[in-house]
Design a protein around this ligand. Structure first.
Ligand code: NAD
Length: 257
């Protein structure tokens, strides 16, 4: 089959595969299908058996442990990438976390600690990754993260993740300006709702899916394969003039009143 985009010779790091249904797994497969080499991380030993099949499927040359709450863990990942590859071309950050009790209460009630943890793991970690990627993206590159419409508008039950995703999208714009001189492009992919492990932590997620399907003009939900193909395009030279944008992968749900 003819490749939609060509990432032959490119190398990328994908953070956020929990299992084969993760958005990051769809992206990793799409990067590989476009010809790229893709390194993966896994959260911990409990998660590893669910990530390993994805790593095997795409022939990942590196599968590294990464819990962003652990001091030095991210630096260790980048040291290994640097040692094995020397440089690389793209990064996907597909990570979110909020303490359950803070996610399941009104944003007005969430704790300071819960807000900080959600912000650190789901937003600031992207900037940490950008900082560590910079010296390794010697020929330019693409940094991508995954956001949600709850950044733009109030989505019932999305709660504190709304402000966190809004901060993530603003971080994308500022990082794009900071890194433009080095030809490093920065994007947020705003995906429509998809049944994943993280999504199962949001209250009444099945009802959200039904509401979104009904209000999406085509009545089609987006798949991880479709999000992956957009991510592969953004990582490619074809997306050269684009940076700093939020790209909606939601079958145009976001344009509806
Ligand atoms: P997922 O559960 O498959 O992926 C979430 C990932 O975050 C997991 O791999 C998990 O290990 C990782 N993570 C959480 N805490 C971590 C930590 N401390 N250190 C390292 N990794 C950690 O779910 P997903 O839906 O694929 O989520 C990926 C991204 O997509 C998230 O940013 C999520 O907010 C976003 N998103 C999801 C949807 C959806 O409906 N599923 C829609 C829009 C955006």
């Amino acid at each position: 089959m003819q490749k939609l985009v060509d990432l032959t010779g490119k190398r990328g790091l994908v953070v956020g595969v929990a299992n084969e249904h993760s958005i990051a797994a769809g992206c990793a497969r799409a990067f590989r299908a476009a010809g790229a080499e893709v390194a993966l991380t896994y959260l911990n030993d409990i998660a590893k058996p669910y990530v390993q099949p994805v790593a095997d499927e795409i022939g990942a040359p590196m599968l590294m442990p990464l819990d962003l709450r652990e001091e030095g863990a991210l630096e260790a990942v980048f040291e290994q990438v640097s040692a094995q590859w020397g440089k690389f071309d793209f990064l996907l950050h597909s990570v979110a976390f909020a303490p359950r009790e803070d996610l399941h209460t009104s944003v007005v009630n969430c704790s300071s600690k819960g807000f900080s943890v959600a912000m650190d793991i789901s937003c600031h970690s992207f900037l940490r990754m950008a900082r560590l990627s910079r010296p390794l993206m010697t020929e330019g590159g693409a940094l991508m993260t995954v956001s949600y419409y709850g950044a733009d508008r109030v989505v019932e039950d999305y709660n504190l993740m709304g402000p966190v995703k809004a901060a993530l999208e603003a971080s994308v714009r500022y990082a794009a300006a900071d890194l433009a001189a080095e030809d490093i492009r920065v994007f947020a992919l705003s995906a429509g709702p998809i049944k994943t492990r993280a999504a199962s932590g949001i209250a009444h997620f099945d009802e959200l899916i039904d509401r979104v399907r009904e209000r999406t003009p085509s009545h089609h939900l987006v798949s991880i394969e479709e999000v992956g193909r957009i991510a592969a395009f953004l990582a490619s030279e074809a997306a050269g003039p684009m940076s700093g944008s939020v790209i909606y992968a939601d079958n145009s749900f976001h344009v509806m009143a």
